[in-house]
Design a binder for this molecule. Structure first.
Ligand SMILES: NC(=O)c1ccc[n+]([C@@H]2O[C@H](COP(=O)([O-])OP(=O)(O)OC[C@H]3O[C@@H](n4cnc5c(N)ncnc54)[C@H](OP(=O)(O)O)[C@@H]3O)[C@@H](O)[C@H]2O)c1
Length: 209
């Protein structure tokens, strides 16, 4: 599958490394694809990963993943051009001024992304997993659970499949408005990660019988 990952930071690089390692064709969409940092990153990852400007990266992509700071989400999406009918994964968390959510309760970053990317099939996913764990490694001998949500069933199936390939336990949590619950969960994850007594790397797991 051809995947465009928008943002060359922790999440973008982690996803590019993991998906390309599985044989997917990954392009990193960057504001500065020709910068030394991005060229080095692409070389380091290998696996045929390339970097391109934002608009170019999205051309022909089956799935586009938004992995930029919340403050840059709107402008990044605008740079991608018309996203109608495209599958867009929103991995962002709508932080404003440190660990505070800018949107919540009766709205969410996921829903705002869907308004900005008018017509796109938005799937909220990957926002509660530490970027260092995007290689899909197990913790405590179990897969980490990744709830995803969105309004388009086919888009969720495609995105869920890609995340499952990474080695995660994917859970369809419902419609896009479930982002209102998934985004605060990220805060809980970060706060708990700061408790060194829990170890360096933690993840959520949904148990079922
Ligand atoms: N870090 C985590 O563990 C984690 C986990 C889950 C979700 N998230 C969410 O995923 C998103 C990306 O997180 P991250 O940790 O990958 O962030 P990051 O390391 O800071 O990287 C973000 C990337 O976004 C691009 N970008 C575009 N506009 C930007 C701007 N105005 N300022 C800074 N960077 C800009 C940059 O790539 P170019 O310079 O190449 O354009 C940058 O490398 C955030 O919304 C975050 O809340 C993070």
């Amino acid at each position: 599958m051809r995947i465009a990952v928008i943002g060359s930071g922790s999440v973008g690089a982690g996803l590019a490394r993991s998906w390309s390692g599985l044989g997917h064709s990954v392009v990193i969409g960057s504001r500065s694809p020709e910068s030394e940092r991005v060229i080095e990153l692409v070389d380091l990852i290998g696996n045929g990963v390339s970097a391109a400007g934002l608009a170019e990266s999205a051309v022909g992509a089956d799935v586009i993943v938004l992995a930029v700071p919340w403050s840059a989400a709107e402008v990044s999406l605008a740079s991608l051009g018309d996203l109608s009918g495209r599958i867009l994964v929103d991995a962002t968390n709508p932080f404003a001024g440190g660990l505070n959510l800018e949107i919540g309760h009766d709205d969410s970053g996921g829903e705002q992304v869907a308004r900005w990317a008018s017509g796109a099939n938005v799937v909220k996913a990957l926002n509660i997993v530490d970027a260092r764990l995007l290689d899909g490694r197990n913790l405590d001998d179990r897969e980490i659970s990744i709830p995803i949500c969105g309004d388009d069933r086919d888009a969720k199936r495609v995105v869920g499949g890609l995340i499952g390939e990474l080695g995660f336990d994917v859970i369809d949590a419902g419609k896009l408005e479930i982002s209102r619950l998934l985004e605060p969960l990220c805060l809980l994850m970060i706060k708990m990660s700061m408790k060194k007594s829990l170890g360096n790397e933690i993840g959520f797991r949904v148990l079922r019988d």
